[in-house]
Design a protein around this ligand. Structure first.
Ligand code: MTE
Ligand code: MO
Length: 246
């Protein structure tokens, strides 16, 4: 081959080549990442906490502190028209007098907490929308203590990754710590100004207006602060989305 007539043209071509190859690289990056994840060793290092890639990715998108709308009393759905939704019996027959919340994991003060312990902390009441994956939504009034405040009360290590909860009906759930610490995330003991009815999760449930309805676990019995999840959630372990932010 002879020398090119115009050396500038060569330089231009090289620049074009550099640009294209960078763009090409960006295009194949997800494939490379997915490929790396396909190797069990890489995958277990990334997701040894029990999450899937999608779980992890969705948690990166969480808008920290972004609040869903607070609604007015005029917007409230009457409690009688607020559907009940429980995978088994609506009333798991919790002994309300003997009830204690078992607090475990990465906390300075683990142990059993009474409802009165939770009620001694400042109370937050909010009208927010509850959206069920089955295609209905309502506006409800929920009151209780912010999860963030209770975690402070028990001396939780909030740099831990997850909050895991268990329920009297064998339901269970888990949240990423950012969602647990969100100002609208409640340990809820009242709906519509009255103690939780049995079928609503007495004596304590979650109310998580930034999340799909099934994450708002009812009939809480235990709570654990942890970096590793053995199980993610009742519906999640059957294939439903774990993060499911609204
Ligand atoms: N312990 C427990 N919590 C649960 C459920 C359940 O079956 N068991 N169902 C979930 C679902 S799918 C929804 S939509 C809400 C329903 O709350 P509600 O019965 O007050 O409407 O509770 C969630 N929390
Ligand atoms: Mo639901």
């Amino acid at each position: 081959m002879s020398e090119p007539d115009n050396p500038d043209a060569v330089i231009r071509d090289q620049k074009t080549f550099a640009k294209v190859s960078r763009r090409e690289l960006l295009r194949v990056a997800p494939v490379l990442l997915a490929g790396a994840i396909a190797f069990p060793r890489v995958r277990s290092a990334l997701f040894s906490d029990g999450l899937t890639f999608t779980d992890w990715l969705s948690a990166q998108w969480f808008r920290h502190g972004h609040e869903v709308p607070y609604l007015s009393n005029a917007d409230l759905t009457p409690l009688a028209r607020f559907p009940l939704n429980t995978y088994g019996a609506d009333d798991p027959e919790v002994d309300l007098d003997a009830w204690r919340l078992q607090v475990a994991g990465l906390v300075q003060r683990p142990g059993e907490y009474r409802l009165s312990d939770l009620q001694s902390l400042s109370k937050t009441s909010q009208n927010t929308r509850h959206i069920c994956v089955e295609g209905w939504d309502v506006v409800g009034n929920f009151a209780g203590v912010r999860i963030s405040e209770f975690l402070k009360f028990v001396g939780a290590d909030t740099s831990a990754r997850f909050l895991y909860v268990e329920c009297a009906d064998d339901y269970y759930e888990s949240l990423d710590m950012a969602t647990a610490l969100h100002p609208q995330s409640l340990l809820c003991y009242e709906m519509y100004g009255k103690p939780l009815e049995r079928e609503r999760g007495a004596p304590l449930r979650l109310s998580l207006p930034t999340k799909i309805g099934y994450k708002s676990a009812k009939y809480l019995t235990g709570l654990k602060v942890t970096n590793v999840l053995a199980r993610r959630g009742y519906w999640e372990d059957l294939g439903y989305d774990w993060f499911y932010g609204l």
